[in-house]
Ligand binder design. Structure first.
Ligand code: ADP
Ligand code: MG
Length: 590
């Protein structure tokens, strides 16, 4: 194992050193070159905007949540500094902190109230929020000074050192930007950042894997707003004057454009996009009349042809030199799945469960017990309610009536991530991975669920994930991007992701679908190994051969009701079952 950890540690140290070196050069640049005050101011604007756009990277790029009110949070920071220093005579740093706090609070409240919605609704609500801010800033003239804006904002001093000089203030802004960029750059490889990306990639799968998706989205929104507030404070003092039109909807769209243009998935992309959109008009000035058209065209072309932004392209080119490290399976510890199977009581009980969708009675009064340490199969014709049953079991749907007990505890009211935290793992009929994350990261998200006894450190999570991948036999694929894997391997990644979370009750929805004969046989062996470790598996499957091979008990659903239950030998010979479901196919296999 040490080989692997050493590698990651070394890699990390190199990256941090490179970042620090580049950051130091950037901060020193204003003193090394003799820029005109005009250029210095432009750079200062680029630096403060970049800080705001870093917030967009977190909320949109990492977490996948649209935010069309970033200029509002930017405005909170700017107005806090402007009003605080000019109207109230407070210290700049105090007002800066206040601005960040107000912006973060606004982001938190907006997030808490709207992030359950997502998608178009979220876009609409953030736009409304932005419009309200604009109206208030313009019309509440007693406080905000209305459209006239606030002038005479002074630049701060730091440790008694006045920063009124353009170069010094630019250096301070750059310093702040570098620190913010470092944090945002670091974020994706932390627990929080991985959870954010999982939400972006597949929110439902993230929730079921144990991620508290609402909390993650609110955190992202709050962080994004705080960064905008920080940028706003520096912007206000930098330009000495602000007015409402610096913080309107058009500005929010500008921030969005900068994010998408540079590349939403990376801190560097955000900085690149901001700087380009501020500098491009200057470079294109020689075009005179047609300048706006060329500028617009350039932006459109880049967005159309580089969906991952400019930085996305650069990263793609750099990845050609990236050699994935393969940890030899022998260096990975075996997966510890220990579950206490000595207890005799059933692990899971479904009591009179119903799930109706309007008039459709998808599940209509199912009761069953799953015995501990067994493989229990749920079969039935298409549309008989199997997937719906699984979705109610792990909390994606609330049942219309009935109760669910895990180890005797009523879990009917719990959310999917809470159930995952109690040890319920799940895979999906149509695979739901986090496609743009590496295989290892996919499984690490599974490992970082609540209550997983492996611990919280990155090393522990990585080791757990590698062990889970080794268990399903694909640890050599750890560094690959999940979407590039063949179908059969993607199924195994999904199982590994569930296993990494230390489940005691594993729900599998048609795991053999789409697998070839060899893969099916291997899957059968895998399921038997799981049972051997004391795990309880609840399995939906169409492949009768596989069911006969692995299952201890079978429940048959038809039209949302269980029509038979028992050992494979009994159930598969039951005339009702043959009539309802197996029909021709059982005779064909027999
Ligand atoms: P199975 O997995 O056994 O093939 P499902 O559980 O997917 O069956 O579906 C059972 C029935 O419930 C089907 O008639 C299906 O159309 C219906 N159904 C499933 N999900 C929904 C939903 N979200 N809204 C309305 N009807 C649904
Ligand atoms: Mg189904």
């Amino acid at each position: 194992m040490s080989h692997k950890i050493d590698h990651y540690k070394k890699n990390r140290a190199i990256r941090v050193a490179a970042f620090t070196a580049i950051g130091a050069c950037v901060v020193a640049a204003p003193f090394l070159f003799s820029f005109s005050p005009y250029v210095l101011n432009m750079f200062m604007q680029a630096a403060t905007y970049s800080i705001v756009v870093l917030g967009m990277i977190v909320v949109l790029g990492y977490t996948g949540q649209i935010n069309l009110a970033q200029a509002t949070f930017f405005g909170f920071g700017a107005y806090a500094v402007a009003l605080g220093t000019v109207s109230l005579g407070l210290n700049f740093w105090l007002t800066l902190l206040l601005g960040i706090g107000v912006a973060a609070l606004a982001g938190f409240v907006l997030g808490m109230t709207t992030l359950r919605l997502g998608g178009h609704y979220l876009a609409m609500i953030t736009i409304s929020f932005q419009q309200i801010f604009d109206l208030v800033a313009v019309n509440w003239a007693d406080v905000t000074h209305g459209p006239d804006g606030i002038a005479g904002i002074e630049r701060p001093a730091l440790f008694g050192l006045p920063l009124a000089d353009d170069r010094a203030y630019l250096a301070l802004s750059l310093c702040t930007l570098i620190v913010a960029a470092f944090l945002v750059w670091w974020l994706p490889h932390t627990r929080l950042g991985r959870a954010m990306r999982a939400v972006r990639e597949n929110e439902l799968a993230a929730e079921v894997t144990g991620v508290h998706t609402l909390r993650i989205k609110v955190i992202a929104f709050t962080m994004s707003a705080a960064l905008a507030g920080l940028g706003g404070g520096f912007y206000a003092a930098g330009f000495a004057y602000i007015s409402p039109d610096n913080f309107n909807f058009a500005r929010s769209i500008e921030f969005l454009t900068m994010t998408l243009l540079g590349g939403a998935q990376s801190a560097f992309g955000g900085i690149l996009g901001s700087s380009l959109l501020i500098l491009l008009p200057e470079w294109l000035r020689f075009l005179k009349e047609v300048y706006l058209a060329v500028y617009g065209l350039a932006v459109i072309l880049i967005m159309v042809f580089l969906p991952a932004g400019i930085w996305g392209l650069i990263r793609q080119l750099m990845q050609r030199w990236h050699k994935p490290v393969v940890t030899p399976a022998s260096a990975i510890p075996d997966l510890d799945l220990t579950v206490d199977a000595s207890e005799r009581s059933p692990i899971f009980q479904i009591e009179a469960m119903r799930k109706h969708f309007g008039g459709v009675k998808a599940v209509d009064g199912v009761s069953l017990e799953v015995r501990r340490g067994t493989v229990h199969a749920l079969i039935g014709p298409n549309g008989s309610g199997k997937t719906t049953t699984l979705n109610v079991l792990n909390g994606i749907y609330q049942p219309s009536s009935g109760r669910l007990l895990l180890d005797g505890v009523d879990i009917t009211a719990l959310t999917p991530h809470q159930r995952a935290g109690l040890g319920m793992g799940r895979t999906f009929q149509n695979i739901r991975l986090f496609p743009n994350m590496s295989v290892l990261e996919n499984v690490m998200v599974g490992a970082q669920r609540q209550n997983n006894p492996v611990g919280r450190s990155d090393e522990a999570l990585r080791e757990r994930a590698l062990s889970a991948l080794k268990f399903v036999g694909i640890s050599d694929k750890a560094e690959l991007i999940a979407r590039n894997l063949p179908y059969g391997h993607q199924r195994l990644v999904e199982i590994a992701r569930a296993l990494a979370g230390h489940p005691r009750f594993l729900l599998l929805d048609e795991p053999a679908a789409g697998l070839n004969q060899t893969e099916k046989r291997e899957l059968g062996e895998l399921l038997k190994r799981l049972r051997g470790h004391g795990l309880t598996v609840f399995l939906i499957e169409h492949d009768i051969g596989l069911i006969e091979q692995v299952s201890d008990r079978i429940t048959v659903l038809n039209f949302g009701k269980n029509i038979a239950e028992g050992t494979p030998a009994d159930v598969l010979r039951n005339p009702d079952v043959i009539a309802a479901y197996l029909g021709e196919s059982i005779h064909a296999t027999a």
